[in-house]
Design a protein around this ligand. Structure first.
Ligand SMILES: [Zn+2]
Length: 134
């Protein structure tokens, strides 16, 4: 059952792009086993005065009673709609790199990765520091 709300909608567009990104990067292929869903928000969001383009949210175990996903990637359309498709893909690549896993007592648990510096090294190496502006 899909239940869009006034401000939040499931998005096939970003899901398809993210799957392209995963396909194109072998180091991301393990994500095929992670349950990720993609949602757009029409609410605006800023952090420290800067526009937030997207965020990667780990779904807590108890929440999975209601939503069968490990992570949700939220895209803030107010800040992204004017950007080209290729930049959307970079943004998704960035958000996908936030998905991490760690091993504890022989059990794998998902975690949210933090940026290497102010960004992920892999993103800067592939697209440059100013990747969001092309
Ligand atoms: Zn980030």
């Amino acid at each position: 059952m899909i239940m869009d709300t006034e401000h939040y909608k499931k998005t096939q567009y970003y899901k398809d792009l993210a799957e392209e990104v995963i396909e194109e990067h072998e180091e991301l292929h393990w994500l095929w086993n992670v349950r990720i869903d993609y949602v757009t928000s029409t609410k605006s969001k800023t952090s420290q005065g800067m526009a937030v383009y997207g965020e990667c949210i780990k779904v807590k175990e108890w929440m999975q009673v209601y939503m069968p996903y490990d992570f949700v990637i939220m895209i803030y359309e107010i800040n992204t709609h004017q950007l080209p498709r290729e930049i959307h893909k970079r943004l998704l690549h960035h958000e996908l790199l936030h998905i991490g896993v760690s091993e504890k007592d022989g059990e794998y648990i998902y975690k949210t990765n933090h940026h290497d510096v102010q960004d992920f090294r892999a993103i800067i190496e592939e697209y440059g520091l100013d990747w969001i502006n092309g």
